[in-house]
Ligand binder design. Structure first.
Ligand code: HEM
Length: 131
């Protein structure tokens, strides 16, 4: 029977020299692997003490990557409500702000030439009327 890992235990292993990761309700010890990870250590560290399933799957990891997991298995994760899949500190929340800024920028891109065109026709209208 495999070990049952609690959320408290998962939280205790959130540093680079003691790092456990939760993927598909299983906990893996990635301490030794983190320096060899082709995607870098920061992306894995960002998933410490939370559910890394979504991040892991979004990348579309290969079968070789999945095969590596079984040697790092610590045990099954004890389900808890405390766990959040998304945290406020992820880079995803920052990119939303960037998207909004780009959106606002493109609105101005349409507005400025239209305003200039409108002013030009207004000027034509008034100046032709006065002749
Ligand atoms: C213990 C869990 C993990 C293992 C064993 C693992 C393993 C690997 C392996 C072997 C690759 C090379 C490409 C491939 O074979 O798919 C890779 C690439 C990558 N991984 Fe992971 N990974 C893990 C967790 C994560 C997590 C949590 C993230 C977070 C986003 C992540 C992000 C990436 C990225 C972005 C690449 C692409 C790197 C590139 O092609 O430049 N990985 N990973």
């Amino acid at each position: 029977m495999s070990k049952l890992v609690t959320f408290a235990e998962l939280k205790e292993h959130r540093t680079k020299d003691k790092l456990w990761i939760l993927i598909h309700e299983k906990v893996y010890d990635v301490t030794k692997f983190i320096d060899e990870h082709p995607g870098g250590d920061e992306v894995i560290l960002a998933e410490a003490a939370r559910d890394a399933t979504e991040a892991f799957e979004d990348v579309g990891h290969s079968d070789e990557a999945r095969a590596l997991l079984k040697d790092m298995l610590v045990g099954d994760f004890e389900k808890t409500d405390e766990l959040k899949t998304k945290g406020p500190s992820t880079s995803f929340s920052n990119s939303t702000a960037v998207n909004n800024a780009v959106q606002q920028g493109s609105n101005a891109m349409y507005f400025v030439p239209l305003a200039v065109l409108g002013a030009y026709f207004a000027w034509r209208y008034y100046s032709s009327g006065s002749i």
